[in-house]
Write a protein that binds this ligand. Structure first.
Ligand code: TZP
Ligand code: MG
Length: 227
């Protein structure tokens, strides 16, 4: 069975961005206690052996909180640890290949930086798209790809309202700008609501990841209640 994912507070990991002295797994566990609803393990320079070990220990903690784990880029690692699925970017394995390798029971997310990429992901059977970068970020080189909330809104508006695809936005999202993001993306013409927000540094670089996650979680809940 494909894992049902609540995308509301989507944590993308970055072991390199932890505050000094903060342990990765401890930070992860605290963020889960704070209300993270889905985790993506993102490792850019880790050898395969270590990657599998980190993925397994990440999954063990996610399992404890019943939170699904996705793996960035590496279909082999996702298969090795049998987690919920993967997230692929535009220069990673194409969606059709990822689907062939993973089968229909795994979740596949695709990065979408424009309408064409989003429509291709939708038509190719992606489970969700990660739309961004909404704002500037120090976490990834996204120069030229900052779309602002109008750009994200136009992508949501271009999706087929009948499609089951889910949507999250990423890039520079903090609790202090979250309501601006949600309000900016959720204009009436989108006919579609965001399913969540993905963050890296707001949670990972925090000395108190539990509180950082909990702030995001409460803001999203109160925004949804007010809609
Ligand atoms: N993809 C687009 S922006 C980004 C990724 C992985 C990084 C977002 O990081 P942060 O720290 O939440 O701005
Ligand atoms: Mg990638």
């Amino acid at each position: 069975m494909k894992t049902e994912i609540d995308y509301s507070v989507y944590l993308v990991t970055a072991r390199g961005l932890l505050p000094e002295g903060k342990d990765y797994l401890e930070s992860l566990e605290e963020s889960l206690q704070g209300g993270v609803t889905v985790v993506q393990l993102r490792e850019k320079t880790t050898d395969t052996g270590e990657f599998i070990q980190v993925a397994q220990s990440t999954k063990d903690i996610c399992d404890k909180y019943n939170v699904p784990l996705l793996i960035n880029d590496r279909i082999d690692v996702a298969l090795a640890i049998d987690c919920a699925g993967v997230h692929v970017g535009q220069s990673d394995a194409p969606l059709s290949i990822a689907r062939k390798l993973l089968g229909d029971e795994k979740v596949i997310g695709v990065s979408a930086g424009n309408i064409e990429q989003a429509i291709n992901a939708q038509n190719g059977g992606a489970d969700y798209i990660g739309i961004g970068a909404v704002y500037g970020t120090q976490t990834k080189d996204v120069t030229n790809k900052i779309m602002g909330t109008p750009g994200a809104r136009s992508i949501l508006a271009a999706l087929d309202p009948q499609s089951p695809i889910k949507t999250v936005v990423i890039g520079g999202i903090k609790s202090e700008n979250l309501l601006r993001v949600l309000n900016g993306v959720h204009e009436k013409d989108t006919k579609r609501y965001l399913d969540g927000v993905a963050v890296v540094s707001e949670i990972v670089s925090s000395k108190n990841p539990r509180e950082a996650a909990s702030n995001l979680s409460h803001l999203i809940k109160s925004f949804r209640e007010s809609e």
